[in-house]
Design a protein around this ligand. Structure first.
Ligand SMILES: NC(=O)c1ccc[n+]([C@@H]2O[C@H](COP(=O)([O-])OP(=O)(O)OC[C@H]3O[C@@H](n4cnc5c(N)ncnc54)[C@H](OP(=O)(O)O)[C@@H]3O)[C@@H](O)[C@H]2O)c1
Length: 240
């Protein structure tokens, strides 16, 4: 619950009632609920514990949310599994677990969400790595590329009643284990020369929430990192 916490806090500040999904972070979810209720008067906060596995029942999950919260409008699919592994290193379970959490569960939730009534939106949180072909997190990347394609496909199928878009963050909240040298190295390859933090993603979230004519788009928020795909050409070739 890292970027998820920032999304939840921001949506509460905009007056949304909040359903906090959590799996293992139940203590953090409970304390976030208490903080939200203390800070934002008049909003309702529900705790929605669920493990995303093959037995997950999206219909039941959404109905459980609908019973506890008035007027469901927005689903943010942010939960994710991120496991390193090249094509050669990855096992079938690495593919199935990451495909499930990062893509198939958002698909199931989209179907369940579409059965609600009212003016509905979904924002999928993807990754700017969909613009690259990095084999080092191959199962993760495939799952996010599939979610990007699903975003476009589902946006077409469910418009106009359900508007679906996505945000593709660049390096925003790096794992605490990352060294300063690593972060500087990443920053050096970002045209805006900095790590994003959550704030730029919240601007993206605001934009997609309010832009009622934007449908099926993937908003890349990465300081321009994904522009760095120059490729080789004759001018940059140096003969030894
Ligand atoms: N952080 C970044 O800089 C960055 C960069 C690019 C893209 N993104 C994307 O932005 C989103 C949020 O990133 P983040 O760094 O905040 O993510 P995160 O901390 O790695 O994971 C978010 C949450 O996913 C939940 N989750 C994982 N496996 C689950 C399962 N089997 N069932 C249910 N829940 C599960 C976990 O909930 P519990 O803790 O409750 O178990 C976890 O807190 C992700 O989709 C990520 O791919 C992030």
């Amino acid at each position: 619950m890292r970027l998820g916490r920032a999304f939840v806090w921001h949506l509460a500040s905009r007056g949304y009632h909040i359903g906090i999904h959590y799996n293992q972070s139940d203590a953090a979810a409970r304390s976030l609920k208490a903080e939200l209720e203390r800070t934002f008067h008049g909003i309702q906060v529900a705790l929605l514990g669920a493990r995303f596995d093959a037995a997950f029942d999206a219909e039941r999950f959404v109905q459980q949310a609908a019973r506890q919260l008035p007027d469901l409008q927005l689903l943010v699919n942010s939960a994710s599994l991120y496991i390193a592994g090249t094509v050669a290193d990855s096992r079938l379970t690495d593919f199935s677990s990451q495909m499930l959490v990062n893509c198939f569960i958002p698909i199931e939730l989209t179907r369940a969400w579409s059965r609600l009534s009212g003016d509905l939106q979904i924002i999928n949180i993807i990754d700017n790595k969909i613009h690259f072909n990095q084999n080092t997190y191959c199962a993760y990347l495939l799952s996010k590329k599939a979610l990007a394609e699903f975003t476009r496909m589902a946006a077409l199928e469910y418009a106009p009643r359900l508007r679906i878009n996505a945000i593709a963050p660049g390096v925003s909240l790096p794992a605490e284990s990352r060294s300063n040298n690593y972060l500087q190295w990443r920053q050096a390859a970002i045209p805006m020369q900095r790590i994003g933090g959550s704030e730029p993603l919240l601007h993206g979230l605001d934009y997609l929430l309010d832009a009622s004519f934007v449908c099926g788009q993937i908003l890349t928020v990465d300081g321009g990192e994904s522009l760095m795909q120059i490729g080789r050409n004759a001018v940059s070739y140096q003969d030894d």
